[in-house]
Ligand binder design. Structure first.
Ligand code: BG6
Length: 487
């Protein structure tokens, strides 16, 4: 991919965790690969913990370099990458300081990208300050999650940002949309004739979507304790995955065709009746336990977390989509920290054959199932039934595997790299539109409200397990089980 789209990439929060782990390493990767970033493109860091370019470069060398490449850094590429970096020292709280930013970048070529890798409380003040010096013209703004705490606060941010930037200038990041396997889900669904006819209520019995993590809250206890898994993972990543799994085929891959279809799914989610919450939503919190042989502490004792915290670190939900294609098909969503494994996958359970001419063993052997593993080790596994060798007609479940790394050994791109290149090149399809975000908040909010009102603590689960027993019980009520419970 060759590009001549020049750019000035202004990174607010240039010494923050996200810049260190994701944004600068992703820009370096794009630089190192060659041809992805225009030679004239510049990165302008705005950061608190440095006073001049020299100090900033030193910080980048110390903190970013260790994150850039697992197989050793290409020193020549690293040196030329550093040449792209400029530094501006301004106080983000002082709008008048933005004159210095304008002066520093006004003669730099190409499209301006303002990446707000800062806390959300700075989003609106930064936008106002940019507008006060005319920097909102001919530019793009990238907003990181969390974008608000609920519908009202997210609307307040979107309204304020929307007065300064037009919707097509706003890039709301959900990094799950940049993951290669999520892209592949679109290819699987809309590039193959095989699956689409079966992708509906007539043939699908239930669908599961899991994003499980082994990590706990790490150094983010403070933030997480005021957020919880529903806001941190469900409102965005899980509902985005769900909308891609369930959406109608778009007319094309242009940004609004895809986003229109995703929006239709989000708007068709069956609202949760507060009286049913116990039947369709499980929330849990991790206690101490053992993960891969190492003892790990309880959530409530993590730094930054309130001792009596009622914040959920696990959520399981039963979701229904009220439309022609999916009426009556349960979608089970689940996410949690300190679970038994790190895995993100989608499981499509197909219905059993309508009549088994092959006798009882066919029914016992189950039905077809498609497992799309997003991470780690992207694979697609299709479970089929086959005759066991020998006498009689006894069936067993066997599977066909498609392991992507065996087909495509090169060219894998990290989510942030893809998304940053999309911003620089003006491609909006993988960014969340305001109406999608609103629809997602509208759907999760009754759950948040009900949990708050009920005053019940989340259900405990031991670290290193698959969450509270209530999560399995919820599926059992529908005659099914989470994939890992299969014996
Ligand atoms: C982030 C959440 O959006 O996604 C984190 O804030 C979570 O809590 C992370 O750990 C998971 O992303 P990934 O790419 O590691 O699956």
């Amino acid at each position: 991919m060759q590009t001549d789209s020049s750019f000035t990439f202004v990174l607010f929060g240039g010494t923050g965790d996200l810049s260190m782990r994701k944004i600068l390493p992703a820009l370096f990767e794009a630089h190192r690969a060659g041809g992805m970033l225009a030679d004239s493109g510049k990165i302008v860091a705005v950061a608190r913990h440095a006073t001049n370019r020299g100090e900033y470069i030193q910080w980048v060398n110390e903190h970013v370099k260790p994150h850039v490449s697992k197989n050793g850094v290409d020193e020549t590429a690293w040196a030329s990458f550093l040449e792209r970096i400029e530094f501006v020292n301004i106080d983000l709280g002082k709008a008048e300081d933005f004159v210095h930013l304008r002066d520093a970048i006004q003669d730099l070529p190409g499209i301006r990208v303002f990446y707000l890798a800062t806390g959300p409380s700075l989003f609106v003040p930064i936008c106002h300050a940019l507008a006060s010096v005319g920097l909102n013209e001919n530019s793009r703004i990238v907003l990181e999650k969390p974008l608000g705490y609920d519908l009202k606060s997210s609307n307040a941010i979107n309204d304020a940002v929307g007065e300064i930037f037009a919707e097509e200038q706003i890039y709301r990041i959900d990094h799950y949309l940049g993951k290669e396997p999520v892209q592949n889900l679109l290819a699987l669904r809309f590039g193959n004739a095989l699956f689409e006819p079966l992708w509906r209520r007539e043939w699908v019995e239930s669908i599961q979507i899991t994003i499980a993590e082994e990590l706990g809250v790490e150094a983010r206890g403070d933030f997480y304790d005021n957020t919880g898994a529903l806001r941190d993972m469900v409102q965005n990543h899980l509902l985005q995955l769900l909308s891609i799994v369930a959406m109608e085929p778009p007319h094309s891959m242009d940004s609004d065709s895809v986003r229109d279809e995703k929006l239709r799914v989000l708007r068709a989610l069956k609202p949760i009746d507060p009286r049913d919450i116990g039947k369709v939503a499980v929330r849990g919190q991790y206690h101490s336990g053992v993960i891969r042989g190492t003892s790990v502490p309880a959530y409530a004792t993590e730094p930054g977390v309130k001792h009596e915290s009622a914040t959920e670190t696990f959520v399981a939900l039963k979701v229904e989509i009220e439309n022609w294609r999916w009426a009556g098909v349960p979608f089970f969503l689940r996410t949690g920290k300190r679970l038994a494994d790190r895995v993100a996958e989608i499981v499509v359970n197909f219905r059993a054959v309508p009549h088994s001419a092959l006798g009882a063993s066919a029914l016992r052997a189950g039905a077809n199932r498609l497992v799309i593993r997003l991470q780690p080790n992207e694979t697609i596994r299709l479970y089929c039934l086959a005759k066991q060798p020998g006498e009689g007609m006894n069936l067993a479940s066997v599977h066909l595997d498609l392991a992507f790394d065996q087909f495509f050994r090169e060219g894998q791109m990290e989510a942030y790299q893809r998304l940053l290149l999309d911003v620089i090149n003006g491609r909006l399809a993988l960014f969340v539109r305001r109406d999608e975000q609103e629809a997602a908040w509208r759907w999760v909010e009754p759950i948040l409200n009900e949990w708050k009102a009920s005053n019940k603590p989340p259900k405990p689960y031991a670290s290193g397990t698959w969450g509270p027993a209530a999560s399995s019980a919820m599926l059992a009520q529908h005659g099914t089980y989470w994939l890992e419970e299969e014996n």
